[in-house]
Write a protein that binds this ligand. Structure first.
Ligand code: SF4
Length: 231
């Protein structure tokens, strides 16, 4: 689903960003924001290097209140607009009517169904309107991301360019940048949540655990993706 067009590593985030933006065929490039600390770093970089970039987000309906607070803080700090995408009402109503509110805990199939309705379909819908997209993904985020490249062709979304400027960054680099630039990070990070998704599918991690161990913690590590970043 994803084809790498950049095998070169250890390039700066700025270099990946500016090179990737040049490769995007068309003017409309979107930053997919989940309000993670990585996404805040990328948005801060975009204000300097590509302020015209649209910021978009998916409201799954199950996010933490703390995550919505970050969205509000971003509006205040940068005076930006966020394009929100929500699940299709009919599909969501049918899911909740037929399977209840916590079906994602019952099987991988059910979890994928919920992620598809709440996340994947809204993302697919959003990306139909973009010529390229930017994420805060890093290789250090775990088993499912260790083959990530800085610039990729996203075949699952019409061969648009996908740019991951922080691909080589360590946890320490991310947090040093966030602290230095006083970014409005999610309060949950200070409560043991290095990776934050939907509230019922995210828990705090224990010392020594992988940083994505708290996401869908009842599943195997190789399954810990929601389908947004199909590779
Ligand atoms: S993370 Fe959990 S609640 Fe959110 S869309 Fe996926 S399964 Fe549903």
């Amino acid at each position: 689903m994803i084809e790498s067009i950049s095998q070169k590593t250890n390039r700066s985030a700025e270099e990946i960003l500016t090179t990737g933006l040049q490769k995007a065929v068309g003017p409309r490039v979107g930053m997919a924001c989940s309000f993670s600390v990585e996404d805040l770093v990328v948005i801060d970089l975009l204000r300097k290097y590509a302020p015209q970039t649209v910021i978009f987000a998916i409201d799954t309906g199950r996010l933490h209140e703390e995550t919505y607070e970050v969205a509000e803080a971003l509006l205040q700090k940068y005076q930006v607009q966020i394009e929100w995408y929500l699940p299709q009402t009919e599909e969501l109503q049918q899911l909740e009517r037929e399977k209840g509110l916590f079906s994602f805990r019952e099987s991988l199939e059910n979890r994928h169904q919920c992620c598809h309705i709440r996340k994947v379909e809204p993302l697919d819908r959003a990306l139909k309107t973009y010529n390229g997209w930017i994420t805060g993904q890093r290789r250090a985020q775990g088993a499912t991301r260790n083959s990530l490249e800085g610039i990729e062709i996203d075949k699952a979304h019409g061969n648009i360019v996908k740019i991951n400027p922080l691909v080589d960054w360590s946890d320490e680099q991310v947090w040093a940048y966030a602290t230095e630039h006083k970014l409005p990070v999610n309060r949950l990070h200070n409560q043991g949540y290095p990776s934050i998704g939907c509230a019922p599918c995210t828990r705090a991690i224990k010392p020594g655990e992988d940083i994505r161990a708290g996401r869908w913690w009842w599943e195997n590590p190789e399954n810990k993706e929601c389908g947004l970043h199909r590779r």
